[in-house]
Design a binder for this molecule. Sequence first.
Ligand code: PMP
Length: 355
Amino acid sequence: MSAALRARALARTFTSRAVDGFTGAVGNTPLIHLKKLSEKTGCTIVGKAEFQNPGGSVKDRAALGVVRDAEERGLLKPGGTVVEGTAGNTGIGLAHVCRARGYKCVIFMPNTQSQEKIDLLRMLGAEVYPVPAVAYENPKNYNHQAREYAASISNAIWTDQFDNTANAKAHYLSTGPEIWEQTEGKLDAFICATGTGGTLAGTGRYLKEKSGGKVQVWLADPPGSVLYSYVSSGGKLTERSGGSITEGIGQGRITNNLGTFVKELDGALHIPDADSIAMVYDLLDTEGVYIGASSALNVVAAYKLAQKLGPGKTIATILCDGAYRYQSRLFSKAWLKAKELEDAIPLHLKKYAVL
Ligand code: PMP
């Protein structure tokens, strides 16, 4: 065979296996068996490696979901602008999807988020407006600013990740089926935290339906969120107070994406920041897994749920994104000190705080 023919044959093999651009690479992430925690509890604890999505987080699925939905409904036209209010990861997913599909991307985000995320969004060509981090009730909240901005320009949509259920639908159609197949249907429980509620409700609803209600679905909640007390009090909404180091999760209301699914939850666990930060370091040390604080919170919650449910169970959670996005904070001695979290890191793990 001539060199040219060989090259053409090779290219054919390659392209027949290639996915269709950035959006084709979203999803189908591995499930990681967390061996040490599984051994400790006698359960099988697995984390869905969402940091392996092409934009680096679980939110790539939602970003693609809301854009596809807007295209299908004729709301987003070629050359249009996508506007969103986001703590970062949805924006990063949207910025990638917009570049890949020829849209302009404008992001409003609370000015409390890490510099890494802001820089990355700008590098991906998005226009970014950091705005004061005020409550949802305040008209200056980043979500309201995003909605108003989209309404003020032509051929623009506000993707509305909190209340647009195309977000949860993306998880119902992808994350849920993937976890079910990867555990061969031998799953007892799924637990994760929520920001918009898309991951928890979309994945959880699929797993409950598919298992005929056998899979338990639990919420993991950080400090400063009202959902833990809402679920454990049987539906009483309290005032939001306090905060957390975990970016992208915690909520002050029942979003449309969480919706009525909140009533189907089997329970909720409150996870303090000290436990989450310790798990960031512990997973790095024991498993070599480098994840952000919301993922670590999810793993703490899965571990606590394993202890609650007893040995022999299979429990899945979400590893939402990598620590790369927060390393200037999570691995900084000065930041840990400022957050009064130095003592949360066990002595033998302090060596990882190199910044
Ligand atoms: N973890 C991180 C790091 C996030 O950015 C988000 C989304 N804001 C979540 C978890 C929560 O995902 P969801 O919006 O689907 O509830």
